[in-house]
Design a protein around this ligand. Structure first.
Ligand code: TLP
Length: 345
């Protein structure tokens, strides 16, 4: 069935491929709370291997993966450092506070990329007035900064120096496969020195649901208990894991096409009067652009585009976000650009 909309709201909107649907239909399943779902077990082993970590856990969402990671790597009352536009801080219903009992100390960055120099100034030792820093969280790629990628030396430097200070590092790698495609590096290299990494099967990799949390075995063993506490023990979840295995094996190769479509979109957007895009072309599949000079707000434009068959979200009154993915073609990107230009003219 053809979708009547060109949907650039997010890569979360992707639908499972025919191969995923077939694998789901045929999946061998068992009760995963007893550890007896062979397909989930295979997915967890494969995810651990891809990330170069000892073990991995299948969780329903990226939010749950991040929530559990923060809980496992901190003690109640500690501080967690992350970038000010981070998903952890802004889009996860304060789960860091709610579940782990920690405070986020955020840092304003350019492009969502933290450096050790910035982090070091915000690290606090435990004292009569200050809570200590327990964790640094890095978002790679960075969603609201426009799919930016950590330079590997910057990320490695943060991990090494954090560990020297006894501080752990978690990567929110919801889109780490996009980072891997952009850097032409395996995921295992990107997260080699971080303690844990969460990545989403349900975004650019196109699976219908699910994320993975990978790390040292003792951490993942505890993570399994927290997943159950949060209501994430999913029983015959091999149905979903089967799609996840296809996502891991078949979808990363397609990501360069999404990145090229994002660059195409950014170039086209720059040519529309009133729209401004960042000077650097997008590194991955996300384009954030400013609409303030069009005389209309992001939500107004979003509404008008919807009437014409294009779905595009505003992220503030002045800014919008376009996300490319496997269910949007180059021709549809072209149509979206023409529709936007016509809407604004
Ligand atoms: N991102 C969603 C929205 O929540 C904004 C999107 O459309 O991009 N980390 C990052 C970097 C994310 O972008 C997201 C989702 C998550 C974590 C949470 O994943 P889910 O939605 O599976 O809980």
């Amino acid at each position: 069935m053809t979708d009547p909309f060109i949907d650039l709201r997010s890569d979360t909107v992707t639908r499972p491929t025919p191969a995923m649907r077939r694998a789901m239909f045929e999946a061998e399943v068992g009760d995963d709370v007893y550890g007896e779902d062979p397909t989930v077990n295979r997915l967890e082993a494969r995810a651990a291997e891809v990330c170069g970590k000892e073990a991995a856990l299948f969780v329903p969402t990226g939010t749950m993966g991040n929530t559990i990671a923060v809980k496992c790597l901190t003690s109640h009352g500690q501080e967690v450092i992350c970038d000010a536009r981070g998903h952890l801080l802004n889009y996860e219903l304060s789960m860091t506070a709610w579940f782990a009992g920690c405070l986020i100390r955020s840092i304003h960055t350019s492009g969502g990329i933290l450096t050790w120099q910035q982090i070091e100034k915000e690290i606090r030792p435990l004292g009569p007035h200050a809570a200590d820093t327990g964790l640094i969280e890095l978002e790679n790629t960075h969603n609201m900064a426009g799919g930016t990628v950590y330079p590997q030396d910057v990320l490695d430097d943060i991990c090494h120096r954090a560990h020297q200070r006894g501080i752990r590092v978690h990567i929110d790698g919801a889109r780490i496969f996009n980072a891997a495609a952009a850097l032409n590096q395996p995921v295992s290299r990107i997260c080699a020195h971080a303690d844990t990494v969460m990545f989403c099967l349900s975004k650019a990799l196109g699976a219908p649901a699910g994320s993975m949390l990978a790390g040292p075995r003792p951490v993942i063993d505890r993570a399994r208990l927290y997943r159950k506490r949060l209501g994430g023990g999913m029983r015959q979840s091999g149905i979903l894991a089967a799609a996840g295995l296809i996502a891991l094996d078949e979808m990363p190769a397609l990501l360069p096409r999404d990145h090229s479509n994002a660059r195409f979109l950014a170039a086209g957007l720059a040519a529309i009067p009133g729209i401004s895009v960042p000077p650097e072309p997008p590194q991955t599949n996300i384009v954030i652009f400013d609409v303030s000079a069009t005389g209309r707000t992001g939500p107004e434009i979003s509404q008008a585009l919807k009437q014409r068959g294009v779905l595009l979200n505003a992220i503030s009154p002045a800014a919008m976000r376009a996300v490319t993915h496997c269910d949007v073609s180059r021709a549809q990107c072209q149509t979206a650009l023409e529709t936007l230009a016509a809407t604004l003219s």
